[in-house]
Design a protein around this ligand. Structure first.
Ligand SMILES: Nc1ncnc2c1ncn2[C@@H]1O[C@H](COP(=O)(O)OP(=O)(O)OP(=O)(O)O)[C@@H](O)[C@H]1O
Ligand SMILES: [Mg+2]
Length: 267
């Protein structure tokens, strides 16, 4: 019997914010998720990597309650989602886009706008509060989308390829920016990325999925910089031997899973 429970944000944070056991999902006749087990602890960043089309976005939508699993169990706190496509509303300016989830959560217009304005100031977008999305650069739109996902202060945040369509430099800048946000205010994060380096630079743990129908084929721990003296996610060093080793392990697991998938479909 599939179960999807959400607990209110105010509840004492005792249980893990996300526990999934044996989650299965079909879309039409297509099996997409083949029994996913996944757990996220408080303040933990889990990076999810997997071949294109394997079911990552489907899994995030299930975690956020936008789709129900066909089988398995899912217990998740109410989660914020930054979807894969930039879904900023073109007719609203940046401030009203960020204010939208606050309004939906019940805040008054003035209060929501004031809070959205503060958030935009904090990421150096104060001058663009009244600009509509088509007047912003790709990196700015992405930051506005982030703020919209983070505005309601939910502890569990699902980010679906948040740096997807950006050039390499902007991608790196935004990755550092996100790491600093997480250092300043830890949250429990499920981060989908196709970039293995990004996965090990942001994730405390990397979960590797098989080709569709997705199963978890490997879980690779990355040394947690927050447990090291003075360590921060933002200062995680790509040349650190632990990071290099984790990156290689993720790369190898991903390629092994893709090769196994090809063999299975050729058989
Ligand atoms: N509404 C739908 N009906 C039928 N099939 C769908 C539907 N939505 C998605 N799919 C299919 O389900 C599979 C998984 O899609 P999903 O978007 O979850 O994968 P993904 O891992 O996020 O892909 P990507 O790496 O491209 O972001 C894909 O093959 C997709 O074509
Ligand atoms: Mg996707």
């Amino acid at each position: 019997m599939p179960v999807h429970e959400t607990t209110p944000q105010a509840a004492a944070p005792v249980a893990d914010p996300l526990v999934a056991r044996g989650v299965r999902r079909r879309l039409g006749t297509l099996p997409v998720l083949d029994g996913i087990d996944l757990r996220i602890a408080h303040g933990e960043v889990v990076a999810l990597v997997g071949p294109s089309g394997c079911g990552k976005s489907t899994l995030l939508e299930i975690v956020c309650g936008l789709q129900a699993p066909d089988a398995g169990e899912l217990t998740a706190q109410a989660a914020a989602l930054m979807p894969q496509r930039d879904l900023l509303l073109p007719w609203l300016d940046a401030r009203d886009n960020v204010a939208l989830p606050l309004r939906i959560a019940g805040a008054g217009r003035r209060e929501a706008r004031a809070r959205a304005g503060e958030l935009l100031e904090r990421v150096d977008l104060g001058r663009f509060a009244r600009s509509r999305p088509d007047a912003l650069s790709g990196g700015m739109r992405q930051r506005v989308s982030f703020l919209r996902a983070l505005a309601t202060e939910r502890e569990l945040v699902c980010l679906d390829e948040p740096f997807g369509a950006l050039d390499a430099i902007t991608r790196e800048e935004l990755r550092t920016w996100l790491a600093q946000l997480l250092d300043a205010r830890p949250r429990s994060v499920l981060l989908v990325t196709h970039d293995v380096e990004e996965a090990v630079l942001l994730g405390d743990r990397v979960v590797v999925l098989s080709p569709r129908p997705a199963r978890v084929v490997a879980t690779i721990p990355v040394a947690d910089p927050r447990t090291a003296a003075g360590g921060t996610v933002a200062r995680r060093d790509p040349a650190d031997p632990a990071i290099v080793a984790a990156r290689r392990a993720v790369h190898d697991a991903l390629h092994a899973a893709i090769a196994a998938g090809r063999e299975a479909s050729a058989a």
